[in-house]
Design a protein around this ligand. Structure first.
Ligand SMILES: Nc1ncnc2c1ncn2[C@@H]1O[C@H](COP(=O)(O)OP(=O)(O)OP(=O)(O)O)[C@@H](O)[C@H]1O
Length: 645
């Protein structure tokens, strides 16, 4: 094998040698020293490896009929540029003995225009839109081989691997994206005349340049429009990345790179760098298929012109909140919970995903942790939101009444049954959500019936045999872990498995001390709004709140705040308004690192001091006197407990 000087390429002898070498190649005979160009021999070897049929007389048509219109759409920008820039050359093809071809990046032809006398031969070999001349389909040819090698290529007559190409010589150049250099497609000049095609290089290069310049102009105009939209849309202080329709970064705020790092996306925010998986196609797909996991759907703002997505704004969560989903990035139904309890953000993210499905959801958590509130938010965030939300407490009713409340009853089903029968909560909740609170207290005998309803999605009223179809999402809650109820024989394992398709456990307030200030302020805002009064919490009170054990969880916190609000004449809730139980119970928690003995002593002293102050109505002098210490000592003590006198 050797490189062949250009002037020898179009001699009769060369083509005779190439023809012989091809025959030998097909019969698997050695062809060393055949004189055929390396670029051709290497391509033949690739074709053989890919199983291309050398006797193929026509390239395969891979896109036709309705698919052709979609194909032009998908290559919209390239196709427009080709049509605009090639029109003058196409108009002058008559009498030239030439064909002008363009293809996409796979070698599927977008256009094929020829001198009219060549039309029949073009059709016979499938030099036409929709036919694929990629090397793996059409064998060695300028379009396919240029795409494979990533550079301009000429392939002359016998050098083609398939018979379909042998009547032609072709000269191809690559169209590259002017922003990132990616190959977009090919321009190719083809004809039966080797000489003419060999000298078509400048024509190919001119057409390629025109097409690339046209695309560049379009891209530049679009980027300017995107930057305008960026300034209109992005708020001050936001961390935002602006990407074009292919996910390529156009602009980013200075903090965006660091946030991306933190989110685990290792890309450098340089011009033309692309965010993998972020493109107009993904954004326009109904389920955002292909969107990388680290990007949340609500961080995306598609930017459209005439309905077409030309780019996207990616709003990143700010650094302090980047490790967990922030309240701002959580769907509105869950936002009040997230704002009051930031530590619940990961759980709410899961709830958001569960809410979107119709699966049963099980909520576990101590009393007062917010199960009822979460159930309502799940309903509001679900596709059933427009339907009813019906709640039933399974612990509150005797067995017979609970059965009738849940399943409904037929007329005469039992003494006292309603005339005409009555719907149960399951039927009332049709098209919506049924919240079964304290499910762990549902009598064992009723549990199989509920299980059947969940499995068959039908309900039979008591005293009736006809099943009625219902479309209900069940959210069940239990303040006792159901696993323990099953172990003690009070709950059926099969019902738990059915309910436990998606389960969420709300942790007790004492385990999320960081939430306490947020919760206290959120609850106080609500109490203040109800009372039509301005209410404020003194910081020392917050310290007591943080230390307290909260057996009644959020409900208890709300009750404490309501009580304090009643006692606070000027709307400032201070430590002297705290209920004694809180002062008594605000001893340091076992998790504190103070040694046990000193902890007891310290807490006893603290309780004594605070109780004295409370007894004296907050008067420091009187309390100091009652305790037998100086005012200065009392102040020092209070400061050491974190209480501002
Ligand atoms: N994250 C939260 N943000 C604001 N308020 C909350 C939150 N969690 C709970 N609450 C409030 O606490 C109170 C108790 O909540 P909820 O009734 O939802 O608890 P629960 O777990 O269902 O209690 P139970 O097990 O006793 O039925 C309600 O007033 C609720 O509004």
């Amino acid at each position: 094998m050797r490189g062949v000087p250009r002037q020898e390429l179009y001699t009769r002898e060369y083509f005779r040698d190439v023809g012989r070498a091809w025959e030998r190649f097909l019969s698997a005979c050695p062809i060393d020293g055949s004189g055929v160009r390396n670029v051709v021999l290497e391509s033949w070897a690739r074709c053989r490896r890919q199983g291309v049929d050398p006797h193929r007389r026509a390239a395969p048509v891979t896109v036709d009929g309705d698919a052709l219109a979609r194909f032009y759409d998908q290559n919209g920008r390239l196709y427009d540029a080709i049509k605009t820039c090639m029109a003058p050359a196409v108009d002058q093809l008559a009498g030239t003995g030439m064909v002008l071809i363009t293809s996409d990046a796979r070698g599927t032809l977008l256009t094929a225009d020829g001198d009219p006398p060549l039309a029949d031969q073009m059709v016979a070999n499938r030099i036409m839109p929709g036919a694929c001349w990629g090397e793996g389909h059409g064998g060695t040819n300028a379009v396919g081989t240029a795409l494979t090698l990533g550079r301009p290529v000429q392939i002359l007559a016998q050098e083609h691997f398939c018979e379909a190409g042998k009547p032609w010589s072709c000269n191809a150049g690559l169209i590259r994206d002017p922003v990132d250099g990616r190959i977009l497609g090919v321009v190719d000049v083809t004809g039966p005349n080797n000489m003419m095609v060999l000298h078509a290089g400048p024509l190919v290069a001119t057409l390629v340049n025109r097409i690339q310049s046209h695309i560049l102009m379009q891209e530049t105009a679009e980027r300017c429009r995107l930057i305008e939209m960026f300034h209109e849309e992005a708020g001050r202080g936001e961390a935002v990345i602006l990407c074009d329709a292919r996910g390529r970064v156009v602009k980013a705020t200075s903090d965006a790179g660091a946030i991306l790092d933190r989110l685990g996306c290792a890309i450098q925010l340089q011009p033309a760098a692309a965010i993998p998986g972020l493109s107009a196609d993904v954004i326009d797909s109904p389920t955002l298929r292909g969107l990388p996991e680290w990007i949340r759907a609500d961080w995306l703002t598609p930017l459209r012109v005439d309905g077409r997505c030309i780019g996207v704004l990616l709003r990143l969560p700010l650094p302090a909140r980047a490790s967990t989903p922030s309240a701002a990035t959580i769907v509105p139904a869950f936002r009040p919970i997230a704002e009051a309890s930031p530590s619940l953000a990961p759980l709410l993210r899961q709830a958001e995903i569960f809410a979107a499905q119709k699966v049963p959801i099980l909520l576990e958590g101590e009393t007062g942790t917010g199960k009822d509130m979460l159930a309502r938010a799940i309903h509001a965030a679900s596709p059933m939101a427009a339907g009813p939300f019906v709640a039933l407490n399974c612990a509150a009713l005797p067995k017979e009444i609970l059965a009738s409340e849940l399943f409904g009853h037929a007329e005469g089903a039992f003494t006292g049954a309603r005339r005409g029968g009555a719907k149960g909560k399951l039927e009332h909740a049709h098209g919506g959500t049924l919240f079964l609170d304290e499910i762990g207290d549902m009598p064992l005998e009723l549990q199989p019936y509920l299980l059947r309803v969940l499995e068959e999605k039908t309900v039979c009223r008591l005293g009736e045999a006809t099943p009625r179809r219902i479309d209900v999402r069940v959210v069940a809650a239990s303040h006792r872990p159901l696993a323990q109820e099953i172990a003690e024989g009070r709950f059926r394992a099969d019902l738990r498995y059915r309910l436990d398709v998606a389960s969420l456990t709300l942790s007790p307030l004492r385990d999320r001390a960081a939430d306490i200030p947020h919760l206290a302020r959120a609850l106080l805002r609500r109490i203040a709004a109800d009372a039509g009064q301005d209410l404020r919490l003194d910081e020392p009170v917050m310290d007591v709140f943080r230390r307290y054990h909260w057996p009644g969880n959020v409900r208890e916190l709300r009750n404490v705040l309501e009580r304090m609000a009643l006692l606070a004449p000027h709307g400032v809730l201070q430590w002297q308004h705290l209920p004694p139980a809180l002062l008594d119970g605000a001893a340091p928690r076992p998790s504190d690192t103070v040694p046990a003995a000193s902890m007891t002593l310290k807490s006893a002293e603290q309780q004594m001091v605070l109780a004295a102050l409370q007894n004296e109505g907050g008067n420091v002098s009187h309390a100091a006197r009652a305790l037998g210490i100086s005012r200065a000592t009392l102040y020092r003590r209070l400061l050491s407990y974190g209480v501002q006198p």
